[in-house]
Write a protein that binds this ligand. Structure first.
Ligand code: HEM
Length: 132
């Protein structure tokens, strides 16, 4: 799959949230963070970080985007990464690959995975270092 060309589909994202429900979304994001933090390529970004805190914030961010809750108390993705080493496009693609793996493991169909990956991909330009 070429992750770069996956577009965000907002109504489908809400429908996916409704189908999955909060408990399943929380478990999927948790598995996704476990995969990222132990990954050879992007695991170092999470060294010394409180994984369960970031995973909870990300869950809350996704739940709001899926229309399940109405509030999110964390920073915006554009601001949340400013103190980290530069995030390059290869890191971003790797993250989407690991998301795809976590969602596949969790039993989502290819169409459902594309909806969630399209949502994450929409933040590419806000997070990836310019010209990277
Ligand atoms: C390769 C890409 C990415 C890496 C390596 C990464 C890594 C991280 C790390 C290490 C933190 C903790 C920062 C800290 O505590 O100082 C964090 C926070 C966060 N990230 Fe990412 N991230 C990536 C992409 C994304 C994307 C695409 C989104 C949104 C769709 C996102 C949403 C968040 C949120 C919501 C937080 C918590 C905000 C807060 O601390 O208030 N991240 N990320």
């Amino acid at each position: 799959m070429d992750f770069r060309n996956i577009a965000i589909q907002k109504p489908e994202l809400r429908a996916l949230g409704e189908r999955l429900g909060e408990g399943r979304i929380r478990a999927l994001v948790f598995d996704f963070y476990a995969r990222m933090s132990s990954d050879l390529m992007i695991g170092f970004f999470f060294d010394g970080k409180d994984l369960s805190e970031i995973s909870n914030l990300q869950t809350s961010f996704v739940l709001r985007a899926m229309g399940i809750t109405s509030s999110y108390v964390g920073r915006s993705p554009a601001n949340a990464h400013s103190e980290l080493p530069p995030i390059l496009s290869g890191h971003f693609d790797r993250r989407l690959q690991l998301l795809d793996a976590a969602l596949t493991h969790g039993g989502l169909s290819p169409e459902e995975r594309e909806v969630w990956i399209g949502f994450e991909n929409a933040f590419r330009s806000a997070i990836v270092q310019p010209n990277a």
